[in-house]
Design a protein around this ligand. Structure first.
Ligand code: MN
Length: 341
């Protein structure tokens, strides 16, 4: 049995496991929607730990894997776990990160139910897949909207329709409270953080909205205050390269900091290196909407060359490298970004 899941509500046999992205609201809401429908255990994880997390899933009836993209360096291990899981479970992989067509067919070959589209956020894909069962639950619809908004995918065709059935400002508030709460909680490490698993329980099982979660307002307030300080630090400590600016921090909400960096130093790309006590950096990259370059592809190529995990979307990407690869990473990034799209 997995090590750190949210405890099942009763002692019935666990027959469903959801493995989803721990770090952002899209992954958390995807997990909450599945949890609402199926119960079972929730395992939140990140790119650097996803294969290990999957390896802890024992024999259950169904496994759902959400919002966890794969690239060249993670695919083999991922496929191996899918193959193992598919021996005794129905495995569903619901994701929206770019995927190599060759990987797609290999995933299907091992018998996995692949539900993939780059068009919508992962939470919206989950909602779409189970629309007939979720449509009558306004709160679940709101959660799907939150996933779309926080992944900047609120203008996509299906998300746009869902969002139009509520008040936009109300949804922005819910999405913000959720992502700020996740950011505050993740300061003490994401991954198997029990407070993140607790959020999934509150949203999915208890049917709460983000603003009704325990401590939601204080988390949001605290994060907003610390954001002001971060903007200031990004301005003072951020370093400008030719095609991007970067910043090193111990802050966990690196995506937000990368966006602050773009504004503070007026650059098209913001790069944040998160230091912790390990010998690795976790990197978040963000680019302005006007940028024609595909950050996810660029970071994917660099990560593959460095034998690291990494990739993402056109305007939001991430990687994890060894500390001694920092110079190389920055050099390759500057080179890639200097090629006009
Ligand atoms: Mn996502």
């Amino acid at each position: 049995m997995p090590r750190q899941p949210a405890a099942p509500k009763d002692s019935h046999k666990i027959d469903v496991a959801v493995v989803s992205h721990s770090k952002d609201a899209d992954g958390i809401t995807s997990a909450a929607l599945i949890h609402h429908l199926m119960g079972g255990i929730v395992i939140l994880t990140d790119y650097s730990e996803m294969i290990e997390s999957l390896s802890k899933v024992g024999p259950v009836r169904e496994v759902f894997i959400c919002d966890l993209g794969v690239n060249k360096s993670t695919f083999d291990g991922f496929l191996e776990e899918l193959r193992r899981l598919a021996n005794h479970s129905k495995v569903h992989y619901i994701d929206h990160h770019p995927i190599d067509p060759e990987f797609e067919s290999q995933i299907k070959e091992v018998g996995v139910d692949l539900y993939h589209s780059k068009e919508e956020s992962s939470a919206v894909l989950v909602f779409k897949k189970f629309e007939s069962q979720l449509y009558a639950s306004p709160n679940m619809k709101i959660l799907a909207c939150c996933g779309a908004i926080t992944d900047y995918m609120d203008l996509q065709p299906f998300a746009r329709k869902l969002i139009a059935s509520f008040d936009r400002q109300f949804l922005l508030y819910e999405a913000t409270v959720l992502s700020f709460s996740i950011a505050m909680i993740s300061r003490d490490g994401a991954g198997a953080n029990p407070l993140l698993a607790h959020i999934v329980e509150e949203l999915g099982d208890k049917g709460k909205l983000p603003h009704e979660m325990d401590n939601a307002s204080s988390y949001a307030q605290e994060f907003a205050s610390s954001s002001v300080a971060l903007i200031e630090r990004a301005r003072n400590e951020g370093k400008k390269m030719v095609n991007f600016a970067y910043f090193k921090t111990r802050e966990s909400s690196t995506g937000t900091v990368a966006n602050f960096l773009i504004g503070a130093l007026d650059v098209p790309v913001g790069v944040v290196f998160r230091e912790d006590d390990s010998d690795h950096y976790e990197i978040s990259l963000r680019s302005v909407q006007e940028s024609k370059q595909d950050l996810g592809k660029i970071v994917g190529r660099i990560s593959t060359k460095l034998e690291a995990s990494g990739g993402g979307h056109a305007h939001a990407a991430g990687s994890r490298i060894r500390k001694d690869q920092l110079e190389q990473f920055m050099k390759m990034l500057d080179q890639e970004l200097s090629v006009p799209a």
